[in-house]
Design a protein around this ligand. Sequence first.
Ligand code: NAD
Length: 285
Amino acid sequence: MTIEEITVIGGGTMGNGIAHVCAQRGKEVCLTDVSQEVLDQAVLTIGKNLDRQVKKEVITAADRDDTLGRIRTTTSLEEACDGVQLVVEAVPERAELKYDLFGRLDNLTAPETLMASNTSSISITAIAAQTERADRVIGMHFMNPVPVMKLIEIIRGLATSDETTAAVVALSTELGKTPVEVNDFPGFVSNRILGPMINEAVFALMEGVADVEAIDQVMKLGMNHPMGPLALADLIGLDTCLSIMEVLHRELGDDRYRPCPLLRKYVAAGWLGRKSGRGFYEHDA
Ligand code: NAD
């Protein structure tokens, strides 16, 4: 099965990147969000990112126009589900929101439609259980920023079929990415390791071990990380980082995964990182 028609649900940080990459590789993309403003902003962001690729001579101006021409937007989930082969969900990292959405998608899409979640940590098995087609539900965990990062972590739920996995692995390769298959377990591989590292950096900040810049410098220069953990947290979104730690803490039942109180405080203040203009650093909103 080759996948040509893709609906991306959620046009925020990840959704617009996923739509960008799919359309650039020739797929027909419908991007949907509850907010028209987000959709307008998403198309602007994709346009700007494509312009940058044109400037670097990675693509031509005609490629940019063709890519944008393959993306349509709608705030209607019903319309977005019509005739689509794959939906990729990228709404906020809240289990109840995803459960509700997958239950609705099960009714709105054709029975053969595949359903992927871009969740960072929520159980694919639990998401799939909200539908009557758990064999067709899978995790497709893109990395941020999507147009740049090579990895897609492919997460098989307990009931995900070999056919679904093969179709999504083939699509990931077509998108120019490297799919890596993992099993469903809290945080999968990526955030089982990355989440606690970021959380520990916030503990180091809270305990006064060093300031923001020093913590990031140590990890960049000493561990050869391309960016420090606190800058990375700002890129990911502190609300997403907190949600990941809550999942790890609750589902692994071990206090070593407890979210740092300072992370909670920043999220409570609305300091979510780049997307809100302020996190551990200040950003242009
Ligand atoms: P975000 O907050 O930037 O965007 C989420 C979007 O979903 C918003 O635009 C919101 O309006 C929209 N939305 C909310 N409810 C909706 C609904 N019912 N229907 C349609 N749209 C709805 O979040 P994000 O950072 O893009 O994260 C999305 C998902 O991707 C999360 O599960 C997150 O864990 C995961 N993820 C994030 C990153 C990252 O670095 N930010 C990396 C990998 C995976």
